[in-house]
Ligand binder design. Sequence first.
Ligand SMILES: [Zn+2]
Ligand SMILES: [Zn+2]
Length: 779
Amino acid sequence: MTARLPFTLAPLDEEPFEVWLHAYAARLAMAPDQLADALGLPARRGHGTAIRPSAEQLTSICTATGLEPRAVAAMFAPCGPAPAPRLLQAWMPQRTTRFCPACLAEDPGQMPAAWSLPVTFFCLRHGQLLASCCPQCGRRPTSLAGPSRAGRCTGPDGCGGVLGTARPPACADVPAARQAQEAISDFAAGVRDPTGTAASRRQALGQLTDLTIIASHVAADDPRRRPVRSVTLLSAGTLTTAFTLLTVRPGTRDADPLASLVAPVPPDAVPPAVPLTWHGARPALRARVARARDAELRPSDRLRYATTLPEPLLPVPRPAGQPDLAAVRAARLPDQIWPDWAVRLSDEGTVRHDKLLPAALVALLLPHSDMPLHQITALVSGRLHRHVIGFQVGKLTTATSVLRILTELAFALDAHDIPVSYRRRRDLAADTTLIDDATWARMIREAGMRLPSIGHARRYLYELLTGCSLQTAPPPYRVTSTGSQARYDDFAIGMPAPLVTALTVHARRQLDTWGIGDEPLQWQPPASWVTATSWPGADPASTDPAPIHHGLLREQATPGQVAASLGISPGHLRQVLRLHPLPRPRRPVRYTIIPAAAPVSPPSGQQPGVIYLDPAWLGEEYLTWQRPLNDIAAQIGCPMQTLNTFARDHGIPVRPRGSQIGIASRAAPGHHPRDLPEPLRHALTGRNARRSLHRLLAITEYASIHQAARELGIWPSALYEQVDRMEHACGGPLIHRRPRRADPGAFTPLGQLLCQQASDYLGLRRVPGQFATVHADDR
Ligand SMILES: [Zn+2]
Ligand SMILES: [Zn+2]
């Protein structure tokens, strides 16, 4: 049965168990381990990491201390590790004490408890160092002098000498010692200041711990390798130096005097960024230690401690209960870096951008994170393999400039708003069929392509909408092999501009459907967010797409060949084509016309390029109505050459090229020849018919055909010839050739009929000046 302790010490808000235990032990004048025994706790092996007690232990702690079970349990709640007990000793009262001889000479009864703290070394009142040895026997006097022996050397071996007669040690720099003591006393008081907040006490404890760790290195014979084990005998000089080192604002790497205390990295070793002897220090101090070892660190550690920045950027302390920076960033970012950034960071022909993109994103999560790399990797996706990522991060970041860009980008992302909610989009895309078969069939038909897999279209939309990697995407978007990745890349590279536009419009509509239409479809951080002026790779946005288009379309080269000939990476080529898609498909549809009884059917959605056509219908259109073949080909949606072959195969005599008789659809838009009355139908027959009609109508605005020709800027003979041809086609004179009469109407009745029909069917009117210009589409 545990005995009730003489008094209760209520834990402060969020006070870790170890700190409370040490404070309690100090008040009880016990060693912390003794107190732990008294509370029924077994020997504590974990340094500073108190293990949650069993129910039985909890009961005995409550019995001994008079605390509520809730108050005891709260001290074991995870709110950051407490410093190791070895470090907590620095502000524990000790059995021996230093003392101020001047204070004791004035009042021998004064032996403040603060003198027995290892971090108290200076009397602020007298401005001198505390003495530590009895002037008579040279031993350290005990701190627990009874009232009768006040001011004397006491204890089992005490000689009884009068301590007030001791000489204080000489102090080389009184102002520095005073400043250090004032600050350190504040830290020590702040650790258990009942009026402070949990955060202010944690801050004080952190400062005191940092100071103790630095001091333990300063005091050592070989400070870089083996700090002193016991912090209970730190000298005044050590503590003053440690305080100066703690508070100095480090400038560039070489200027940080702390570096002389940090062990160099042994050759051929993969060292931790922060040596074990510095564990327990706060992030800012750890960052300084890592900076001192920057040159030998692994890329991931250089990122984590932001050591490649020109000026040190110290981590901001993370309040208890707040998630790690890596988790905060992962929630805001896609699961791969933006492809343009990846290209600017690495543009070698050998780089595998599909592997590099997620690795670069992991790199962005590292700066100032406390999470191990494998946990960060898992944050991004459970499908990423830690060693692959580690390898890729290493490959990506061999150059200091790359590390610096990534570090700066990470902090810039922390500081800015990101207009795309990547995580939400990823979740929504996982539950949506991004495009259906019918829509896709229509798109590719309109783009004149053979039917590519709808799976690729869905992947393309997934990338467009989420900015995420297909390697880690949920099914059905995921690419499961190198082969399927290659097939998808070919698809994305070969997409013609109309198809890209159609899919982009489709994606925008999807955002509206999801209710996030106010977000941009795609986004990437501007390059100006980092200070880099020269980049390891090229910028896809400033690459000329013309040679790429030429290589892929005219020379039928593979994307790999085109990239190699231009000296860019395949990833770079892909990004340029995303910005500037090919103007037409690399492999257009091969059309087949199948004879059928039905007049004509458009290409079927399931079989692009297959057209059913009635030869009799074609004969009537071509022979009877004299429609140009290219007109008919455009109507049924197939290449002219295919239709030409089909016509010959079915005994339809094809007119030689250039003999454009018949009515082209552009001469009478929206009208089939059979719908047009005479003489208009014949007037529109033949080459440049519409232009001739324009001119004919314009002639009556002028005094003579001669003057009209001059005003229209053509030879009179050419105009006479056109009028003759038109009259021949219409079967009679259209314009009076007699000398001008007073009556301005120069048209014959047939000409007036033609004029009326041109107005009714083609919307052409005799308005002065209107016909004087020849329309571009009229040639
Ligand atoms: Zn004094
Ligand atoms: Zn003595």
